[in-house]
Design a protein around this ligand. Structure first.
Ligand code: ZN
Length: 502
């Protein structure tokens, strides 16, 4: 029994190894590599990922997949074997449409473009980045064409990050969210009791920030035996297998929020990776159900847990001990309101929960227009600034704080941004269910106990990896399909309280 399935696993294991090796190189590129290593590193990454693609679309792999499909056909449709085979089939069907040469070229160009972005952002000079981004966008347009006919040229890109989701569906969700979020933000700005967050903008020793972040990540359940933390220009999580999922954090010596909430966010991603059933290691199921589901895990820990009152009942006394001169005289409620200050701000990753999705909608509109060919890369700084004025009423002082702030486009991750907003929605939807299943959850969090929460996430989300498609998983766990309601309800009740609105 299951000979053919085992053969498929072995062949796929080799493909996984090549990708994991590429991930190690990528991690090194962002953490340690000197600038001189850039062009050769881009070639090395291109070679590994092209070889992985060649193996995946080979006749040998196709035959093994077919044999395994036949072998598992009579098994329970929900068992791991059937789901592994189904996911591999979906991936093979997709990647067969894409030439291996494209994969190599895309990998090389995006590695170079990422290095160029880093420098352009540091110097706040979009012109340096523009030729690189032009190539990336051209390659992404080619990619979309491999999947023609499509409903929208953005669909194949979106599907890469959120399997099964269509551009029109994202647009419909955003159309429902936009007026309600804008109204909430306006209500806060016009009628809310003022919130002062200057206490967060003081000098905070970086080493102490690091130590406190590690303490929090450990308490939440991030396992440093199967992970580590490093510093990066743009925080990310990357894994090479269930036993090695790493996080990165960015530190601001004059603002506490960057590293604190960034660490919780990345720990949320990493705990998902660490929680996948070990028997699924070296398969494509360990990547997680989708980027949206991934963001539901990171943004849940960052916001629903990390920006909640119960969490700081547990951790604020400890934080005050670490930073007595900055926070010794600040009471818990003042601190809680400060970390939840709603502000029309420039930087997405530091945006509060009420304005966050507006940053995403702006990017979604730009990306879809780029793919439709309605705007070109050279127009981006101007379009960015005018949309920032429309959505948030502020004008970025420079491109570093504007169009150059995110790493995604340099990596070719066009189609990724919507998953952040979807993740926010999913996190709130999951939280309603978690709250039902763990009746004294808030009390546990107030005591700094996260065991039941982690067990729930492991049982319902983490262990499965990508076994279920995102919407299927959401339906199975919550009993309902994707809905903005729980998220809007959460936002309203939280901010009405903080801003003393009625
Ligand atoms: Zn994230």
């Amino acid at each position: 029994m299951s000979d053919k399935y085992q053969q498929l696993r072995e062949l796929f294991g080799e493909i996984f190894d090549l990708k994991a090796a590429a991930n190690v190189l990528e991690w090194d590129q962002q953490i340690y590599m000197p600038p001189g290593g850039g062009s050769v590193r881009a070639m090395q990454l291109a070679t590994l990922l092209r070889l992985a693609h060649v193996k995946l679309v080979s006749d040998e792999f196709g035959a093994a997949l077919e044999a395994a499909e036949a072998e598992v056909a009579s098994l329970d449709p929900d068992c791991d074997e059937v789901r592994v085979v189904r996911k591999v089939t979906r991936d093979v069907d997709k990647w067969r449409k894409v030439p291996s040469e494209w994969v190599g070229e895309f990998t090389r160009i995006t590695a170079l473009s990422q290095q160029a972005w880093e420098k352009a952002r540091a110097e706040s000079d979009f012109a340096q980045f523009e030729p690189h981004l032009n190539k990336v966008v051209e390659l992404r347009k080619q990619y979309a064409e491999f999947f023609a006919p499509y409903g929208h040229p953005y669909d194949p890109l979106l599907d890469f990050f959120e399997p099964g989701m269509k551009t029109t569906e994202v647009k419909a969700v955003f159309d429902e969210l936009r007026p309600q979020q804008v109204e909430l933000v306006q209500n806060i700005a016009e009628h809310g009791a003022p919130v002062d967050d200057s206490l967060l903008h003081q000098p905070f020793d970086e080493g102490k920030q690091w130590d406190f972040g590690v303490e929090v990540a450990k308490a939440l359940g991030y396992d440093f035996e199967s992970g580590r933390q490093d510093k990066a220009v743009h925080p990310f999580t990357i894994g090479f297998g269930v036993g090695d999922v790493r996080i990165t954090t960015r530190f601001n010596p004059n603002y506490l929020g960057t590293a604190l909430f960034g660490t919780m966010h990345e720990a949320g991603h990493a705990m998902y990776g660490q929680g996948v059933k070990p028997t699924l290691d070296r398969t494509n199921l360990i990547e997680g159900a989708s980027y949206g589901i991934h963001e539901s895990q990171s943004r849940m820990l960052e916001n629903l847990v990390g920006r909640s009152r119960p969490f700081w009942v547990a951790f604020y006394p400890r934080l005050q001990k670490v930073f007595p001169s900055q926070l010794g005289d600040v009471d818990l409620e003042t601190f809680y309101r400060a970390i939840n200050k709603v502000e029309r701000s420039l930087i997405r990753v530091e945006a509060d929960e009420a304005t966050y999705n507006l940053h995403i909608m702006l990017r979604f509109e730009i990306e879809t227009a780029l793919m439709e060919g309605k705007i070109s890369v050279g127009d981006l700084p101007e379009i960015w600034n005018s949309k920032m004025e429309d959505y948030l009423g502020i004008l970025p002082p420079d491109d570093a704080k504007g169009v150059l702030q995110d790493v995604h486009w340099s990596c070719g991750y066009i189609g990724y941004f919507p998953t952040y907003a979807l993740g926010n929605l999913m996190a709130s939807q999951l939280w309603v269910k978690i709250d039902e299943d763990i009746p004294n959850l808030a009390r546990q969090i107030e005591r700094g106990e996260f065991g039941d929460l982690l067990a729930w996430l492991r049982e319902n989300i983490h262990q499965h990896g990508a076994k279920f498609e995102p919407m299927e998983l959401l339906q199975r766990v919550t009993g309902s399909s994707l809905s903005p309601e729980p998220y809007l309800h959460y936002l309203r009740s939280k901010y009405m309280d903080i801003y003393k609105l009625s």
